[in-house]
Each structure stands twice: as structure tokens, then as C-alpha cells.
Write a protein that binds this ligand. Structure first.
Ligand code: OXD
Ligand code: MN
Length: 601
């Protein structure tokens, strides 16, 4: 069989930065004995190492160099067409008991799973290089920061981890040589990228991950969904903090007052766009800054919730990204970026559906085939991605490196719903807010394999990412609330409501600032709201709609509560809770009953 990841041979001084920590050395030795690689490459994150790996990746056609003038220092990678998204079916939480993994996770018995995976890994790196990637998640001086090591036989993974994490010597220094120190063990092998031998397995009790058979970012950049969310959420509960699938943004008003907001949306619902929002002209003097676009680690301090972004880069969905939808993302990905599964133009630029300007007359599509605007196939895969350093973002928040984290004034939940859910409303209190998060739902997108467009419940946008029993996770949220004397206010938003003609009612993009301003004004205690069965709802005059060309009927529809739809929605909440067995905390059952009762008042 063809070796899809031939070994690389580095000159002296590259690939030989071994850690001192004996526990790490022992583990690497064990994995090496099992996988039998040609050689071991110890990454240090240096520029010289990077240059070497880029040169090797070009030689092996793992990446294609893009036009240096148009997209400096950037590359295109094409994944195997059978491997373009996260695979929830093959993602497992391997806790000692099934109950610990809970009703929303695939569970697999740890000893059996280790044994099966070790079988697959046996000799899997023969003729390949085993890269050892040390990294940290979190700002260097945050108490929440975690050390991880990822072993991989994919150069693409190494190049990506260098962007997505603080990688290399910084992790070795942080870890030190205490053999008992806490660190995450991640093993990844491409094997032969066969969906029949694709498994992403988490062993939270061992702080360990094994991922085989895939090269797609969400499955193989083990720092991200695997460590920062699945293992992270498990550790967070044990250690009393929170690991959430949330963006973090800063909002500064013209009078200089600043608030931080975190927001949870399911995959591919516009989190990155919201995190990088540029206020429309009408909001002159307002400034939005990005702390993070995907993951928030939060802890309680002095009765408030403080958040850090554990990541160092963005792994965002490309199609639809344009100067209209997200100018800051466009500027961020204009250089130093690794693109996956977008189209390549004849002048070695990148192209995707929804990019500004007309489509190219000819391109090579994400599968490597000729493409013209007449082609039936999409040029870029709907889940094609950019991997880009967060420091490229012109709106990066000044506190992003601060270990203390930023104080969160508001938490926003949202999903993609064509009906039922108003543009925005505010929870009555923390526990009610937890209920909003717990019953969140969204129409599915291309970020995960499977049917697109079906409504599925996705509590706190954590359905695919909660590394333990979802009932315990809800209880953890409720418990955190008890420790907050100054809790964030909680909101629900829906940018995706459609009118009778099937058209979106809300213009979206930068106009989301209008909703955000109401959120901030509520935090400041100076915005009006009407009490409704759902919670606090803005009246049409409470939202700043100045200079927005929108019909008042549209606003009424956006903010409207359709009692019939809500009767169905509440039945769906009950069905969802029932489907989880008896894990739901009493408090949330009570919330559902009081919601139903409010509709009867
Ligand atoms: C992501 C996802 O890639 O949520 O961020 O799927
Ligand atoms: Mn995500």
C-alpha cells in the first residue's frame, strides 16, 4: 500500500529538541515501540523548523504554495474527499462507565478501546516520521493553561498546530521536569485515511486522546475540540471551572466603557463573523474586539466569570467569508494562512463560493479537478477551512494574552432557526439562562458529516463536545451560578428567522451590532424591555434601528412570539429531556414547567 506520509529527514539542529520530563520521554518511547516509525521529530516551534517542514510539505504535495503577492506565506492543502468534516459517529468518550459519558455521547469501554486502537496503531508509522508536538492551551500566565503533547505522522497537523496553539519550547518550559505534572497525551495517525478505520477516542480519566484514520482538522488538531472542549469540559467540572464552545468579544462604547460578551452558537452559525463584527456606520465610535472565536475557558473570581481564549489561531469556515460578511477575517486570512479544500485559481490565488467579486473563469476545485462557473459541483467544499494566526486579526483584543482573563458581562446563546425563536430575548435569571442554553437547537450545517438542515437540540452548542454526562454538565452550570454574586446576564439570539416567503427577516452581519447594543444596554441597566412568557423581550423601540432599511412588519415578525409554535417548542423541550433519560436536574424540569405556565397566564 502507498505510504501517504513518507518520512522526512531533518539536518542536525532541527527536530531534536527533546523534553527533559521523563514521563513524556517514556510515553513517546511507548508510542514509538507500538507504531514503529522511521524516525522521531521533536518539534520546538522555531522559524527554522517551520521552513524545513514547509519545504518538505511542498515536496510531498501535502501543500501547494499560493501566489506570494496575493496571499503571502500561505498554502493550500487538499484533504482526502472522504475526510472533510468532524465525524460524530466515530467520536467516543471512553470513561470507565457508560453513565459517566452520558446519553449524548458514544461510549466505549476504555480497556477494550485501547486494545482495539493499539491494534490499529501497531506498525502504523512504519516508513513515516513520528512528530512530537508540545503545546500549551491558554495564555502563558493563566492558571487555567494546560500543556499537551500531540504525536502525529501528519506534517499538515504539525503546520496547523503551529498556528492554532502556542507550540514548541514554551510548552516544555511550562511543563518542567516533574514526572507527576498534568499534561494531555494525544496520539494521532492518519493510518490509510479509511473511514472504516476512523476513530476519535477520548479517555478523560487518563487525560488522553487517540485519533486515527482522519486528517481533517476537527478530528486531528487534538488541542481544539478534543482537548480544549471534550477533555477540557471533564477537567473543568472536576476542577471547578468551565470549558465552553463560545466566542469571546469586547465591546467598547463611544464613552470608553468596555464590556466582554461570550456567545455559544453551533458549528458554522457565524461565530467567527460575530467575534469579528464591525459596527455599521450608525454606530460610529463603537468598537468590537476579538478575544476568541470558538472556545472559552472561564473561571469564577470575586463572584464574576472571567474568560480566556485557550487557542492561538482561527480554524474557520471559508465559504461565505467576504469583505461584506467579515472584513476582519478577510484581512486575517490574507497572509500566513493554511487553506484546506478551497479552489485554486490559475494565478495560484484561492477562491470560494461567496468571496467578493466574480468567480474565476477557470479554477481547480477542492478535489483537484478543473472547474468553471458552469460546473455543477462547488469549487470549494462547503466546510473548507482557513487556519490563521489570531495575531493577523486587526481587531484582536488587547487583553488576549492576559492570564487573568476578561470579565464576562453577558452570555449569548443562539442557533439557526427558521421559525419560533425571536431575534433576541433575555433570560429572567441565571437558572432560566441555563435552561435557554440547555434547550438550544439549530438546523444542522456542513461542519459535521450528516444531513444538513435538520433541527437538532444542541445544548450550549456542546452536544458534540461535552466530554461527560450532559445532566452533570447542566448541574455544573447551575452550581457555577451559585458561586456568582455578579453573574453575566444571559440572552438568546436568532439571526436566521425567516418570513412567509422563506427569506431571512434580519439583514445579519454588521447589523447584529444593534442586538449587541441592546445586550450591552441591558447590562448597563439602561435599555427597555417587555416581560414576555419567554423572558425579557425588546419592544420595537428598544432596539436602535436608526438608518436601517427594514420594514416595521419585519421587526414585528422577528420579535414576535407565536403561541402555537411555542406550544410545539415546549413539547420538543420535554421530548428532548425525556430522550436523555433521568439525568436532567430538577431545576431545569421546573424551568420548563414554569415556562409552560407563563404561556397560560
Ligand atoms: C469548528 C466546529 O470547527 O465547531 O469550530 O465544528
Ligand atoms: Mn466550533
Amino acid at each position: 500500500m502507498k505510504n501517504i506520509a513518507p518520512a522526512v529527514f531533518a539536518p542536525d539542529g532541527i527536530g531534536d529538541t527533546k523534553p527533559d520530563n521523563q514521563a513524556v520521554l517514556n510515553w513517546v518511547h511507548e508510542v514509538g515501540t507500538l507504531t514503529n516509525p522511521e524516525n522521531v521529530f521533536w518539534c520546538d516551534g522555531s522559524e527554522r523548523e517551520h521552513e524545513f517542514l514547509i519545504a518538505e510539505s511542498l515536496k510531498q504535495n501535502v501543500v501547494i504554495k499560493l501566489n506570494e503577492k496575493k496571499v503571502p506565506r500561505s498554502y493550500l492543502h487538499r484533504s482526502n474527499p472522504n475526510d472533510v468534516a468532524r465525524v460524530e459517529r466515530f467520536t467516543f468518550i471512553c470513561t470507565p462507565t457508560k453513565e459517566e459519558a452520558g446519553p449524548t455521547n458514544n461510549w466505549s469501554e476504555p480497556a477494550e478501546t485501547y486494545s482495539k486502537l493499539h491494534g490499529l496503531l501497531k506498525g502504523a508509522m512504519r516508513g513515516r516520521t513520528m512528530f512530537v508536538v508540545p503545546y500549551i492551551m491558554g495564555p502563558p500566565d493563566s492558571p487555567l493553561t494546560k500543556v499537551g503533547f500531540e504525536i502525529t505522522d501528519s506534517i499538515y497537523v504539525v503546520l496547523s498546530m503551529r498556528i492554532m496553539t502556542r507550540m514548541g519550547k514554551i510548552a516544555l518550559e511550562r511543563l518542567g521536569n516533574d514526572p507527576k505534572a498534568e499534561w494531555n497525551r494525544g496520539v494521532h495517525s492518519l493510518l490509510d485515511v479509511d473511514p472504516a478505520r476512523r476513530f476519535i477516542c477520548h479517555f478523560p480519566q487518563d487525560n488522553a486522546i487517540i485519533s486515527v484514520g482522519s486528517g481533517y482538522g476537527g478530528n486531528v488538531l487534538l488541542s481544539k475540540k478534543c482537548l480544549a472542549l471534550r477533555i477540557g469540559s471533564y477537567l473543568a467540572r472536576k476542577q471547578g471551572w468551565m470549558a465552553e464552545h463560545m466566542l469571546i468579544l469586547g465591546v467598547k462604547s463611544p464613552d470608553g466603557k468596555k464590556h466582554y460578551v461570550s456567545a455559544a452558537f453551533p458549528s458554522a452559525c457565524g461565530k467567527t463573523n460575530f467575534a469579528m463584527l464591525i459596527p455599521p456606520k450608525h454606530f460610529e465610535g463603537w468598537k468590537i474586539t476579538t478575544v476568541g472565536d470558538d472556545i472559552a475557558w472561564m473561571q469564577v473570581r470575586d463572584g464574576r466569570l472571567y474568560a480566556v481564549n485557550p487557542e492561538n489561531g482561527y480554524f474557520g469556515v471559508v465559504p461565505g467569508t467576504s469583505y461584506k460578511s467579515n472584513p476582519n477575517a478577510m484581512k486575517s486570512i490574507a497572509r500566513d494562512s493554511l487553506y484546506t479544500n478551497v479552489a485554486l485559481t490559475d494565478d495560484s490565488d484561492v477562491w470560494w463560493e461567496g468571496k467578493d467579486g466574480p468567480p474565476p473563469a477557470h479554477a481547480i476545485d477542492w478535489r483537484g479537478n478543473d472547474w468553471t462557473p458552469e460546473s455543477k459541483e462547488k469549487a470549494a467544499h462547503p466546510n473548507s477551512r482557513f487556519t490563521t494566526p489570531m495575531r493577523n486579526n486587526p481587531a484582536l483584543d488587547s487583553e488576549v494574552e492576559g492570564g487573568k482573563g476578561v470579565p464576562i458581562s453577558a452570555i449569548i446563546f443562539g442557533g439557526r432557526r427558521s421559525d419560533t425563536i425571536p431575534l433576541v430575548y433575555q433570560a429572567l435569571d441565571w437558572d432560566h439562562g441555563v435552561y435557554l442554553g440547555a434547550t438550544m437547537a439549530s438546523e444542522t450545517t456542513a461542519a459535521a458529516a450528516g444531513a444538513v438542515g435538520q433541527v437538532r437540540r444542541d445544548p450550549m452548542a456542546m452536544l458534540p463536545f461535552c466530554g461527560y454526562n450532559i445532566g452533570d454538565y447542566f448541574q455544573h452550570w447551575l452550581d457555577i451560578g451559585r458561586r456568582l454574586t455578579n453573574p453575566p446576564l444571559i440572552f438568546n439570539v436568532n439571526w436566521f428567522r425567516k418570513g412567509a416567503g422563506g427569506k431571512f427577516l434580519w439583514p445579519g452581519f454588521g447589523e447584529n451590532m444593534r442586538v449587541l447594543k441592546w445586550v450591552i444596554d441591558r447590562c448597563e441597566g439602561n435599555a427597555g424591555a417587555l416581560k414576555s412568557p419567554l423572558g425579557w423581550l425588546p419592544g420595537p423601540h428598544d432596539l436602535d434601528l436608526g438608518e436601517l432599511d427594514i420594514d416595521h412588519k419585519c421587526i414585528a415578525e422577528l420579535l414576535g412570539i407565536d403561541h402555537e409554535e411555542w406550544q410545539k417548542e415546549i413539547v420538543q423541550h420535554k421530548k428532548f429531556f425525556d430522550s436523555l433519560g433521568d439525568v436532567i436536574p430538577q431545576e431545569l424540569q421546573k424551568q420548563r414547567e414554569t415556562l409552560a405556565a407563563r404561556f397560560k397566564e
